[in-house]
Structure formats: C-alpha cells, structure tokens
Design a protein around this ligand. Structure first.
Ligand code: G3H
Ligand code: 13P
Ligand code: ZN
Length: 328
C-alpha cells in the first residue's frame, strides 16, 4: 500500500527505528528493494531523483513503483521524490502520484549553488503549502552537505565543484533548524552532519565518530517532532570495491559511512537514511564478475540477476541494521 513519509516516519519515531531510502532507476533496483523488504518484513521508501527521471522517464518510474505496490500489497511503500530543485518540480511529482517530495532549497534551482536562508524558507514554504493540501509529505534541507574529513560536497569523480567548505558550513545550526521548521512546517529535515554524496566521502578508513553525532542530538532536541534525514549514507562496501577492481574496474581507495555510525544517528533522531551509491557499487561489481566468469554468456537476464541479488543483499543488511526489519 502507498503511504506518506509522515505516516511511516511517525511510526519509526515511536518505535525508535530508521528506514533506508533507496534510489530507484530501473526494474532490477525496484525488485531488489521489494524482495529484500518482503524477506525482512520491512516498510519501504523508494526515491526517484531528477537523474532517474531523465534516465527512465517519469511515466516508467511511476509505473515501476506502482507495479511494486501491486505485486507486494502487504508492504507499506513511500513513493518519494528526491532532491526537488523548485516548487514546480514538486508540483509535477505530486500530480504524478508521489506520496512525498523533497524540496531541496539549500541549493539554487541549478542544484549546485548554495542558496540563501531566505530563499530556502520561501521555496520550501511554497512546496509545503501545495503538498500538504494534497496529503503529501515534504522533506526540506538545511545546511551544506559535505565530508567532515575532506570538506568537499562530494561528486561522482571525487572532485567537488564548489571548493572546500568550512567546518561551520558543514553542520546544520540547531537554532536555525528550529526557525526553519517553525516557518515551513516540513515533515522531515535533511541535515548536514558530516556526510557527502557519492563514493568519495573519506580518504582514510573512518574510525570513531566520523559524523557529528552530538550535533544530531542537539538538532533533534530542538525539533523533536520533525524527522531527521541523513543524505549521503552509503557505506561504500570494501568487498564490492575489491570485486570491481579485481574484474577490470579502476576505483581508487575510498571509504563511506560505517553502518554503526548511521545506527548512532538513528538512536538520536535520524529516521530516513538515503542510500544510492552502495547499490550502484554492488550492481557494477556483480555484473563485472559475472561477465568475466561467464565470457560466452550473452543473455542479459543472467547478469541482471546477479546484480539484483547483490543489491538485495545490501538492502537486507540495511533493513536489519537500522531496525526496519519486522516493522511492515
Ligand atoms: O542525491 C543523489 C542521488 O544519489 C541520485 O543521483 O542524480 O545521479 O540519480 P542521480
Ligand atoms: P549516497 O551517494 O551516499 O548513496 O547518498 C544518496 C543520497 O543522499 C540520495 O539523496
Ligand atoms: Zn541526497
């Protein structure tokens, strides 16, 4: 059944668990997520980015998610739009039937340039007015996502476009968060607490508190009724990096957010945990390995299946680690 983000995260808050939000672009990802959810009895958040809409097209994405709901009617599913760059983008997703949208007003409409606080409040307020009138939840974002180690916002190639961010910019301010939530009435808030998007988060194996756990606590204490969201939450599994590189890939040494650090965050108010990169790495590793080990095979379903299985294992592991398992 389709449910809103508010419905699911209220339940998660009441019972103290977190929910991974996996990005979806194609059938194999969608199936991996649903089969893992079924196996672990977990509720689901699937999210579609602008890149996903560009790749698959909005109608295909919409029907992919609706097909998942039809095939797995017993599993609650939140259909979420990831990183909307304007109220107009959110409006189109609401019209398509999404039950939740992210209005990311921390950046200007180009999705790159940091926006002013006033701009963020304005666009987020407008998205919330529209969405709430339709029973749709809204996630906002306050602060600049960036690695506490490298100070970089994170990009595909590991080179940030905007240059190094200062320590202060890398952490959401609790007082500003309180003001933002009071003005915008968002259901969930993405915060900057030391994570960054993509595979290149940390250059050394992270030890101890690589995230600003105290800051998460402080923000949660100021806005206890607003669900916190952790973007850039891939753990960048070293096993999959090794498989990719063993079978012809070239990915430099890099580290992600340890699952235990995410679990610390969940203890202190994080409810939605965004994961995209980990499924990409598992899928690429499994595909490279399958093709290298089966050079005469040319039925794509064979390597799609290997990729699906690899992604499913990651999903199962996250559902179990975050306490989502058994909550459907
Ligand atoms: O936040 C970004 C997600 O990882 C989606 O990435 O825009 O390449 O689909 P994408
Ligand atoms: P990762 O790149 O760490 O998987 O983060 C994904 C994300 O935050 C999507 O919004
Ligand atoms: Zn994100």
């Amino acid at each position: 059944a389709l449910i809103s983000l508010r419905q699911l995260l209220d339940h998660a808050a009441e019972h103290g668990y977190g929910v991974p939000a996996f990005n979806v672009n194609n059938l194999e990802q969608m199936r991996a997520i649903m089969e893992a959810a079924k196996e672990t009895d977990s509720p689901v958040i699937v999210q579609a980015s602008a890149g996903a809409r560009k790749y698959a097209g909005a109608p295909f994405l919409r029907h992919l998610i609706l097909a998942a709901i039809e095939e797995f009617p017993e599993i609650p599913v939140v259909m979420h739009q990831d990183h909307g760059t304007s109220p107009a983008v959110c409006q189109r997703s609401i019209q398509l039937g999404f039950s939740s949208v992210m209005m990311d007003g921390s950046l200007r409409e180009d999705g790159k340039t940091p926006a002013s606080y006033e701009y963020n409040v304005d666009v987020t307020q407008r998205a919330v007015d529209m969405a709430h009138a339709c029973g749709v939840s809204v996630e906002g974002e306050l602060g600049c996502l960036g690695s506490l180690e490298t100070g970089m916002a994170g990009e595909e190639d590991g080179v940030g476009a905007e240059g190094k961010l200062s320590h202060d910019q890398l952490l959401t301010d609790p007082e500003e968060a309180a003001d933002f939530v009071q003005k915008t009435k968002v259901d969930a808030l993405a915060i900057a607490c030391g994570t960054s998007h993509g595979a290149y988060k940390f250059t050394r194996p992270p030890t101890g508190d690589i995230l600003a756990i105290d800051r998460i606590k402080e923000i949660h204490a100021r806005i206890p009724g607003t669900h916190l969201v952790m973007h850039g939450s891939s753990s960048v599994p070293q096993e999959w990096l090794a498989v990719i590189n063993e079978f012809g890939g070239e990915i430099p040494e890099t580290y992600g957010v340890p699952v235990e650090q995410i679990c610390e965050g969940i203890k202190y108010g994080v409810r939605k945990v965004n994961i995209d990169t980990d499924l990409r790495l598992a899928s690429t590793g499994a595909t490279r390995r399958f093709l290298a080990e089966n050079p005469s095979e040319f039925d794509p379903r064979k390597f799609y299946k290997a990729a699906l299985q690899a992604m499913k294992e990651i999903c199962v592991a996250r559902y179990e680690a975050f306490g989502t398992a058994g909550r459907a």
